[in-house]
Design a protein around this ligand. Structure first.
Ligand code: VGL
Ligand code: ZN
Length: 193
């Protein structure tokens, strides 16, 4: 299969942040391996003049998902801390739209669409097809993909640019679930660049 990028396409990076990289407080195994791959997608979309979005988990220090508040996760991606920053090696082009999510202490939000301007920005940029990569495959990537499908975007998962917390969930679980829901899954060479 071969795909050509066209007007109406957009790239969405999900939660590519230091705390989800090896050494971070909620590390995704091999999470850093997607950065050079994402840089190739970023260059390609930027070269085509297509819109680029980068979501970030942007929690308050007392977020309900943190273990000391009774939640399932160690503290991670606290707004404004180094752990919440994008890795320095991630080459976000100028004009990238940064989408902060899960900022409300009372609610967690795995999808980049939840209580954010992402859908409105996609609409105002004329986007109809979204290409989604990032971490974690079975949490925030999965939920962002589900909501993109619910909003009727043609949805493409970048299978060479996602990683899961549970390494067995990557191809065995989350990717299968996303394609069964109606997403298609590609690797970089499919774009023929
Ligand atoms: C995520 C767990 C907690 C994610 C965020 O980005 O997938 N996972 N917060
Ligand atoms: Zn989180």
């Amino acid at each position: 299969m071969k795909l050509d990028l066209a007007p109406g396409d957009a790239l969405i990076l999900v939660d590519v942040q230091n705390d989800f990289m090896p050494g971070g407080s909620l590390a995704v195994p091999d999470g850093d391996k997607i950065i050079p791959v994402l840089n190739r997608y970023l260059t390609l979309f930027h070269t085509h003049g297509l819109p680029i979005f980068a979501t970030r988990d942007w929690h308050p220090p007392d977020h309900c998902s943190f273990a000391q508040q009774g939640g399932p996760w160690p503290p991670h991606c606290v707004a404004g801390t180094p752990g919440a920053a994008f890795p320095g090696s991630l080459e976000l082009p100028p004009g990238t739209h940064i989408i902060s999510k899960a900022t409300n202490p009372e609610n967690d939000a795995y999808s980049g669409f939840t209580e954010t301007p992402l859908n409105a920005l996609l609409q105002s940029s004329g986007s109809r097809r979204v290409f989604i990569g990032g971490v974690a495959a079975e949490y925030c990537v999965l939920n962002t993909v589900k909501e993109a499908l619910r909003h009727h975007y043609a949805t493409v998962v970048l299978e060479d640019a996602v990683r899961a917390m549970d390494t067995s969930a990557n191809h065995g679980g989350a990717l299968t679930e996303m394609t069964q829901l109606g997403a298609i899954s590609i690797h970089f060479e499919v774009l023929g660049a």
